[in-house]
Design a protein around this ligand. Structure first.
Ligand code: ATP
Ligand code: PAU
Length: 411
């Protein structure tokens, strides 16, 4: 059965949800879901379809094929609460959006595209709890496919952050490559991207989002990630960090270009203060930790960009969370180390690159293309045809992100 037929069948049995094409990225910290819900399917007139197809590089012999108009939805769950995710998939009947084994038409196995380490780790659980087989896609492949898709197809996806100002970056499709993609998840991957499917993972660091959340949880007793992030907004890192000025009696070390306010040693004050952990405010610790990790990632990223002569660095991954202080610290680090030569850019759908890449891999089986019309406003992300808002009742912050209205060219 082809995918469209599967979708039609699903619509017959589930006329209200009209959800199809679910893809997963199961990471060390978070599970990300991308799924498509159709608004309607329509056979557009041939001229309109032809120009759509040409812009997508799709053969015009396919112009009589139906189009699915719909919306891409985004959701996330903590990996440690994978049962909530399974329940969400079950409750939304999302599992019906997979595809059947084409090599064995008689088989009723349902496959869903999945990437990230959890696609291996939790394969048996998905089979046991939902009867779904996970069709594994390579994590780095998916990150790059997701990044290229967002950069090329979604307007106002990339932005810079300087002096507290977000500025959208106009992406020139003919001058996008090469670039460095830095994905800050639990750990950090640095990938030199040279084109569609052309990339090399050139570096990485184990000091990433998992380090911030893990150490932060131990040091501050915060109960969730966003609480730790919010706390950092109220803190003052100078209480914990040792500055150049602390070492140089309040003055700059001008000869080597270090100002008195530059951090000489993250957490360095804690060695001489004669204080215990309880004597520090959790907000100061959180701010210092966030700054330490963001700064370090910014610096390593810049050094890798320098290694390969790359001027553009795109940062993604859920560590960022669009958080002002994180954006600022990474931007300042790249600016500082490159002496203004390299630019840090961020992606609005920062945490969903891998899941989008896995979603795009359905194309190989059954989709010709995906064309984006517009981005929908922030949470609630979308309204289905039945009028029910789609958001996760199990975890209040798990689904906030922007939906993308789009057209899928089906078989
Ligand atoms: N609600 C949240 N719960 C836990 N971590 C969060 C949350 N929101 C943001 N984060 C941050 O995002 C990080 C995970 O980011 P992301 O989902 O991109 O990576 P991952 O796929 O889980 O990790 P990896 O790719 O290394 O396996 C966490 O380590 C944490 O720093
Ligand atoms: C192991 C992965 C790729 C899993 O997503 C990620 O967590 C990562 O890139 N960690 C950093 C590993 C390293 O290069 O030191």
């Amino acid at each position: 059965m082809d995918l469209l037929a599967a979708v039609s069948n699903q619509q017959n049995s589930q006329p209200q949800s009209q959800i199809s094409h679910l893809a997963l990225d199961i990471g060390g910290s978070l599970i990300k879901l991308v799924y498509f819900s159709r608004i309607n399917d329509s056979c557009r007139d041939n001229d309109e379809l032809r120009s759509h197809n040409e812009s997508l590089g799709v053969s015009n012999s396919d112009t009589s094929q139906p189009i699915l108009e719909g919306r891409l939805h985004f959701a996330k769950f903590e990996t440690s609460k994978i049962n909530d995710c399974l329940e969400f998939i079950r409750s939304k009947k999302l599992r019906l959006g997979g595809f059947h084994d084409c090599t064995s038409p008689s088989s009723d196995k349902i496959f869903i595209k999945a990437t990230g380490g959890g696609a291996y780790k939790f394969a048996d659980l998905f089979k046991e709890k939902l009867g779904i087989s996970l069709d594994k896609e390579d994590e780095m492949d998916c990150l790059v496919t997701g990044a290229n898709f967002l950069l090329k197809a979604v307007p106002q996806e990339a932005f810079t952050y300087l002096d507290g100002q977000k500025e959208f970056v106009q992406i020139d499709h003919n001058d996008l490559y090469p670039y460095l993609l830095v994905n800050i998840g639990s750990g950090v991957s640095m990938i030199k991207v040279d084109g569609d499917g052309k990339f090399e993972r050139v570096s990485g660091t184990n000091v990433g989002g998992g380090t911030f959340w893990g150490l932060g949880r131990l040091l501050t007793k915060c109960k969730n990630f966003d609480e730790l992030l919010e706390l950092s907004q109220l803190g003052n890192n100078r209480v914990v960090d040792m500055l150049v000025g602390d070492i140089y009696g309040g003055t700059d070390y001008a000869k080597i270009g270090l100002s008195a306010t530059t951090i000489a040693s993250s957490f360095g004050k804690a060695i001489s203060d004669n204080k215990e952990l309880e004597d520090y405010k959790p907000e100061d610790i959180s701010r210092s930790l966030l700054r330490m990790i963001s700064n370090n990632i910014g610096q390593i990223s810049y050094l890798n960009a320098l290694r390969f002569g790359l001027k553009r660095i795109f940062f993604a991954g859920f560590f960022i969370r669009g958080h002002a202080y994180t954006l600022d610290t990474i931007s300042v680090a790249v600016h500082f180390w490159s002496k203004g030569e390299a630019k840090a850019m961020f992606l609005r759908h920062e945490g969903f690159l891998g899941a989008l890449g896995a979603f795009m891999s359905y194309e190989k089986q059954s989709l010709h293309g995906l064309m984006v019309h517009k981005i929908l406003p922030r949470f609630p992300i979308s309204v289905s045809s039945a009028g029910d808002k789609i958001y996760c009742s199990l975890n209040s912050d798990s689904n906030e992100n922007e939906g993308i209205e789009c057209t899928v060219y089906g078989m």
